[in-house]
Design a protein around this ligand. Structure first.
Ligand code: PGA
Length: 245
């Protein structure tokens, strides 16, 4: 299976620069590419990305259908902007906006209801890693986020393992550590759903993936793709990375 590469533009990319970014990205050879864009770029990018068979994603949403939630964007709003997927539980949202696992679970349910795939980001921070709590943290994050879901809904869930200490830091775990976490995440899914679900869930690695290390992480057993932040900011560089793998 072709590896899935998802870019996370974070709070970068202006509406005026979006078309140029997408046109450059469209020259990538792979067909298995998605980009999570700022809300303000979604409608601009939608048609061109879909023409190329790429997936369009958002970086956040709120779980209510509508109402007095100033500044929030619902799943249906994203769907009507052409979103195929949405990031949920990114560490920057957990850390800077205090998002809890319970809150994340509500978002996931709303996205699934509206037919939008979920990229659920999980990962331990440096302190938790040093205390040997990685497995405990991942189990809680995944079990709480997926609580109440039916097994068939897992087809619409992608899990991205992003150790918090690796995001934007240039530091990365070893491939052996990533392989062991991938195996562990599949085991969590086995225990909570079924062996089949554990085998087939799509797993990404994210955290300081660049041109010079992307191939290495994509070859790790049990890893189906990568979630890429900083290295997706420049479309030409991002295309080079995609074409390498
Ligand atoms: P990074 O970010 O590639 O810049 O480390 C990854 C992410 O935040 O998803």
């Amino acid at each position: 299976m072709e590896k899935l590469i998802i870019g996370n533009l974070k709070m970068n990319l202006l509406p005026n620069d979006t078309m140029e970014y997408v046109e450059k990205l469209s020259t990538a050879k792979s067909n298995s590419v998605g980009v999570a864009l700022p809300y303000t770029s979604l409608i601009v990018a939608c048609d061109e990305l879909h023409k190329r068979g790429f997936m369009l994603g958002a970086q956040n949403m709120f779980y209510e259908e509508n109402g007095a939630y100033t500044g929030e964007v619902s799943a249906e709003m994203l769907r009507q902007c052409g979103c195929d997927f949405c990031l949920v539980g990114h560490s920057e949202r957990r850390q800077k906006f205090n998002e809890s696992n319970k809150f994340i679970n509500k978002k996931i349910k709303s996205l699934l209801k509206h037919g939008i795939r979920v990229v659920l980001c999980v990962g331990e921070n440096a302190n938790e890693r040093d205390l040997g709590k990685t497995k405990e943290v991942l189990t809680k994050q995944i079990e709480d986020a997926l609580a109440g879901l039916y097994e068939n809904e897992l087809m619409s869930i992608i899990i991205a393992y992003e150790p918090m200490w690796a995001i934007g830091s240039g530091k990365t775990p070893t491939t052996k550590q990533v392989a062991s976490v991938a195996q562990f995440i599949r085991k969590i899914i086995n225990n909570n759903f079924s062996d089949k679900a554990g085998e087939s869930i799509v797993l990404l690695y994210g955290g300081s993936v660049k041109k010079d290390n992307a191939k290495k992480f994509l070859q790790v057993a049990g890893i189906d793709g990568a979630l890429i932040g900083g290295a997706s900011n420049n479309a030409s560089d991002f295309v080079e990375l995609i074409d390498l793998v």
